[in-house]
Design a protein. Structure first.
Length: 760
């Protein structure tokens, strides 16, 4: 103003309510947004007077300040000193604010803060917003996006479509403060000439992006995109992966995430190689009210190739034939009610080397209710239920071997299997009665087909006599129905039945001696039993009790043969003891046992520990010293010369910055049969926390008999509140047909709110 007209310039101190449709670019958004274009609102001409009609309470701006000045000559309201404006659930604070009633715009400057309804605080030096709320401008912006990300920019604009633009932007998810409150340089920042946040599609894009780690630029991209931290689940491209492989060549992986609905999503990954054709991978997830479904699959049309990436003439006719190759891993689990549930698993590959040929991860290999592993892919469907006194399971299953010696035609299909059990208290003699029902149908393309049905009844009771001696009598009755087709054993052909009984008991005397520093517990155990069956085991095709070993976990079981097909006949007696020494912060548990048979059954092999009149001695030990040291030992010792025939030792340590696990296993040569090989192996895995952020880990597996490692790996990792970086190398010396030794390098970098970039 050229002159000061006191009648037109009045100063007040207090509170003023203004009619606004909005307050600012910051006030407009529940979160900051980035826009590709910004549009200026048409300015009102001086003859357009403000609407003086009724104003709804929710559209009123309540303004507090040390001084509020009404400049009638310029049609402005000026607030100065500790300015605080409240519009709906948002608060604006600044040193100075000017509302131009002519243009309908508000300009705030000086330590501008906007406090959102959820408590988020946004900062700027100056903001300028239109009354319509959808257009705004700010300078020197500093704001938090989501729970962790921080953004700063020289300028920020908000467009009418809710898309925002940052100019000369800096983005990071790292903290600027140390634990003691002092400032620090963030681990990484992403700087860009222009950043656009599309809040509707949940994505932030950067132009001329530079990633700097500890202030050093390490990566440039003319275009870079990542999810908006404040978005829930949005569709879009994910961080790519890179790699180099001896067989596949240079690898580029580009995943795309499709958020189909709040309860389902699909990730499609194009895996491109320089040596062979691309591979398409998919991962689908869906949650239902009663359960969830997971499906992972891959596919390509390519010829088989060897360890060096050369295509193979499989048929030997001089032609390289390309055919479909792929795999599927799937699982589902659903609750019917509190008692019953059902589920399925589908795991299959086009051939038994596909997963290794393409070096695919097997973390998606899953089964809802059965153990499965990469060497034998299992597909099944099941229904089960359980209460305190009842259980039921019915299932079907098929298997696909992934090893060179697996013969698919000999692999059985379970069509189906049923297991049920019911427990109740014996009203006549006391004790518990367990009734069991099971049935099994196995079908093969080659070899015998098996069908079995079993009904079992067991009675047990605990009696305490005299000075605490526990006597547990046991009685078991069983009836079986068998039907075998195409059996190599003539006597097994056709339909026949088997009846069996087992009577016996166990006596144990628990002795406890508490002490001032050490408590002692000793429990001698003796068991005896006698069983008879109407059919010899030699007539039964053993389907469910192959390669078992009576060790310390089952030495006191009266029927040494597990499951249903085999049954141990004759007289047997078992002797052993359990003991425990405990003290403050630690304990040592020991168990030892041995069993004798009056007439060993030749159907049991040496591995079973039932083939001789006297079994090997089995020993188990578990030593704990707080959380720092744990060692578990399981031994099988020759009863003649005390030579160790089988050993498994696992040791875990956790001391200071060191953690580690070591395993040793040995199987005597005379236990080898079929695919079960004698073996002596040692392995270890260890990790060292070098500093607060840096750690080192490594591991190796050694073939003791061959005197060479089967594989080893080592890696170094950096981790802080916003960054994960890992560099590792892994070597394998195990050969599987045309695939032999290999060396794999792996590099991964994970940036919080952005994603994981990986290379192999």
């Amino acid at each position: 103003m050229a002159a000061c007209d006191k009648s037109a310039l009045m100063a007040t101190t207090g509170r003023l309510a203004l009619s606004l449709a909005a307050i600012a670019w910051f006030v407009a958004a529940g979160s900051p947004a980035l826009a590709q274009t910004a549009q200026e609102a048409p300015a009102q001409t001086p003859d357009q007077a403000p609407n003086d009609g009724p104003i709804a309470e929710e559209d009123r701006l309540i303004l507090d300040a040390d001084d509020i000045i009404r400049d009638d000559s310029n049609n402005q309201i000026i607030a100065q000193g500790n300015v605080e404006g409240r519009f709906r659930d948002r608060i604006l604070r600044a040193d100075r604010a000017v509302f131009d009633r002519t243009s309908g715009r508000v300009r705030a400057s000086g330590n501008v803060q906007v406090i959102e309804a959820n408590g988020d605080v946004r900062y700027a030096d100056e903001i300028d917003v239109a009354e319509a709320l959808d257009i705004g401008f700010a300078t020197n912006v500093f704001t938090r996006i989501g729970r962790q990300a921080i953004a700063a920019a020289a300028t920020a604009e908000r467009a009418a479509d809710g898309v925002n633009i940052y100019g000369q932007a800096t983005y990071t998810a790292c903290s600027f403060l140390c634990a003691d409150g002092t400032r620090r340089q963030p681990t990484w920042v992403l700087r860009s000439r222009r950043a656009v946040q599309d809040t509707e599609n949940g994505i932030i894009t950067h132009r001329d992006a530079v990633l700097a780690v500890k202030g050093i630029p390490i990566f440039y991209a003319p275009f870079f995109a990542h999810p908006d931290p404040e978005a829930t689940r949005r569709s879009g491209l994910l961080a790519p992966g890179f790699g180099q492989d001896r067989r596949l060549g240079f690898i580029y992986e580009q995943p795309y995430f499709w958020a189909i609905s709040p309860s389902q999503d699909l990730t499609l990954t194009a895996q491109i190689h320089t040596n062979i054709r691309p591979l398409l991978r998919a991962r689908y997830r869906q949650k239902f009210f009663s359960g969830d479904v997971f499906i992972e699959a891959s596919g390509t049309r390519e010829a088989q190739f060897d360890n060096d990436g050369f295509r193979i003439d499989v048929d030997g006719d001089g032609l390289i034939e390309r055919e479909f190759q792929g795999h599927v891993f799937s699982s589902g689990l659903f609750d019917i009610n509190e008692t019953f549930r059902w589920g399925f698993a589908g795991n299959r590959s086009s051939d038994d080397l596909f997963l290794r040929r393409y070096d695919l991860p097997t973390d998606g290999l899953a089964s809802a209710a059965f153990f499965t592993q990469p060497l034998v892919l299992q597909s099944n469907a099941f229904f089960e239920g359980q209460t305190e006194n009842f259980y039921l399971r019915a299932y079907t299953a098929v298997f696909q071997g992934q090893r060179g010696f697996d013969i698919q035609d000999d692999t059985p299909r379970v069509l189906p299997a049923v297991e049920a059990g019911f427990r109740f208290v014996d009203p006549a003699f006391g004790g518990d009665v367990d009734l069991g029902l099971s049935g099994l149908i196995l079908d093969r393309d080659a070899g015998p087909d098996s069908r079995r049905g079993s009904l079992t009844g067991r009675w047990t009771r605990d009696l305490v006599l005299g000075p605490g001696i526990v006597v547990e009598p046991r009685l078991e009755l069983r009836g079986d129905l068998f039907n075998f087709d195409e059996s190599e054993i003539d006597a097994s052909e056709g339909v026949f039945t088997r009846g069996a009984f087992l009577a016996g008991g166990e006596i144990r005397w628990p002795l406890h001696r508490p002490g001032n520093r050490v408590d002692l517990f000793v429990e001698p155990v003796f068991a005896i039993g006698y069983g008879e069956a109407s059919q010899d085991n030699a007539r039964i095709i053993n389907e469910d009790s192959q390669a078992f070993d009576v060790d310390v976990s089952s030495i006191f079981r009266l029927n040494g043969a597990p499951n249903n097909d085999l049954f141990q006949e004759g007289l047997r007696w078992i002797a052993g003891a359990r003991g425990r020494v405990s003290w403050a912060g630690g304990s040592w548990d020991v168990e030892i046992g041995r069993r004798w048979n009056d007439d060993p059954d030749p159907v049991f092999d040496l591995l079973s520990n039932l083939s001789e009149r006297g079994s090997d001695i089995v020993v188990g030990s578990q030593l704990r010293a707080g959380e720092r040291f744990t060692q578990v030992v399981r031994l099988r010792v020759d009863d003649d010369n005390l030579a160790v025939r089988r050993a498994d030792v696992t040791t875990q340590i956790k001391f200071w910055r060191l953690t580690g696990t070591a395993n040793y296993s040995r199987t005597a040569p005379d236990f080898a049969f079929g695919a079960f090989e004698a073996d002596s192996e040692a392995s270890f895995n260890t990790g060292v926390q070098l500093t607060r952020n840096w750690s080192l880990d490594g591991g190796a597996t050694f073939d003791i008999d061959a005197g060479e490692p089967r594989g080893w790996g080592v890696g170094v990792t950096y981790r802080d509140d916003c960054t994960f970086v890992r560099l590792g190398v892994r070597r394998t010396n195990v050969e599987d047909r045309e695939f032999g030794q290999g060396l794999v390098f792996r590099f991964e970098i994970g940036l919080a709110t952005i994603g994981i970039l990986g290379a192999r």
